[in-house]
Design a protein around this ligand. Structure first.
Ligand code: ZN
Length: 60
């Protein structure tokens, strides 16, 4: 497994948890993600470049 895989799956887990607290992907959602995982943007980029759309939600 590539190193990025763990980080990306970790991001996905954080995203799912924050989804429980914030119903919409608005600024409060992203600031909550940022608090838990300050470098989440890097992991999102990894997901984009590795075709992980399958594990992202369809509401993105
Ligand atoms: Zn979500």
């Amino acid at each position: 497994m590539l190193n990025g895989t763990c980080a990306a799956l970790n991001y996905n887990a954080v995203h799912e948890l924050v989804d429980l607290l914030h119903l919409h992907h608005d600024s409060s959602f992203w600031s909550a993600v940022d608090q838990v995982m300050p470098d989440y943007a890097k992991d999102m980029k990894w997901l984009e470049h590795n075709g992980a759309g399958i594990i992202l939600e369809s509401d993105q």
